[in-house]
Each structure stands twice: as C-alpha cells, then as structure tokens.
Design a binder for this molecule. Structure first.
Ligand SMILES: NC(=O)c1ccc[n+]([C@@H]2O[C@H](COP(=O)([O-])OP(=O)(O)OC[C@H]3O[C@@H](n4cnc5c(N)ncnc54)[C@H](OP(=O)(O)O)[C@@H]3O)[C@@H](O)[C@H]2O)c1
Length: 127
C-alpha cells in the first residue's frame, strides 16, 4: 500500500515531469483521502492506509516546492466518499460527481494554489 500510494506518485512525477512542463496546464494531482489528514483524524485505526496517504501528501508538497521554478502545480485531492469497489455502496458521491468536482478544481488552479490539499467541494482540507 505504501509503495502504490506514495512511491508510485513520485516515480510518475519523475517519469513525466518533462512532459508536464511542456503541457498547457502544468498540473500534477494525486488522489489522497481525508484518512490521510492528521488534523482530521478523529477515529484512529487504518494505520497502513492513513500512513501511506499522509506520506503521499508529503511527496506532493515537496514536489510543489521543487517544481515551482518550472511552473508546475502539484496538489493532493480529497475525492470524498465515493461509490466504488473500495468506497462501497454507502458512499455519498458517484464516481462521475467526484471526478466532475475535482476537474472543476483543476480548471481553477494556479501556481498560487500549488502545495495544497483540496477537498472535492473546492475548499482547502487540513493536513
Ligand atoms: N472510494 C472512496 O470513497 C475513496 C475515498 C478517499 C480516497 N479514495 C482514493 O481514490 C483512489 C481510487 O480508489 P477507488 O475508490 O476507485 O478504489 P477501487 O474501486 O478499489 O479501485 C482501485 C483501483 O486501483 C487499482 N490498483 C490497486 N492496487 C494496484 C496496484 N498495486 N497496482 C496498480 N493498480 C492497482 C485497481 O485495479 P484492479 O481493479 O485491476 O485491481 C483499481 O482499478 C484511491 O487512491 C483511494 O485511496 C477513495
């Protein structure tokens, strides 16, 4: 889980940084979870999942700093509780709605918004 959530994002960034730097939007976004927030952790448990998402958030924060000189925005997203195999039928967002909301945020992001953790509602989420 740690490798998929964290090292994969870093490896993807390394592999595609030149392509992103030449792109129109210059955006790298990773899907984290509210479960990755230390500030929002009010229920404990889920050690591996929470830890891997917190580490992902640190990767994206460092990328936002290191890639800012190249004009690249790096952010992490909280997609909400989504009806997927993982989220289950109890989720309160469809995949279409979660993605629509996140794409709306992507459209508005500027370099000023880089290095932040974004909730699907468009508000910043606490680290
Ligand atoms: N659903 C939610 O409520 C929710 C909430 C917060 C965050 N998230 C995050 O959103 C992202 C997508 O989650 P989801 O809800 O769509 O989960 P999901 O329905 O369980 O889908 C997970 C996907 O990841 C793929 N996958 C799993 N392990 C992999 C590996 N080692 N290498 C390559 N691919 C792998 C699976 O592929 P296969 O189908 O081939 O196994 C599947 O396509 C995750 O990062 C999750 O942590 C989801």
């Amino acid at each position: 889980m740690f490798r998929v959530n964290t090292m994969a994002a870093l490896r993807m960034a390394e592999a595609f940084v030149a392509h992103v730097a030449r792109s129109g939007k210059k955006l790298m976004a990773s899907i984290s979870s509210g479960m990755g927030s230390i500030a929002d952790n009010g229920s404990g448990g889920y050690y591996a999942y929470r830890t891997s998402k917190s580490a992902l958030q640190m990767v994206m924060k460092s990328l936002s700093i290191d890639l800012a000189p190249r004009g690249i925005i790096a952010v992490v997203m909280n997609p909400g509780w989504v009806k997927t195999d993982m989220g289950g039928a109890g989720g309160n967002l469809s995949t279409d709605e979660s993605v629509r909301r996140m794409r709306g945020i992507f459209d508005r992001l500027t370099l000023e918004d880089s290095g932040k953790f974004w909730h699907h509602s468009g508000k910043e989420f606490p680290w």
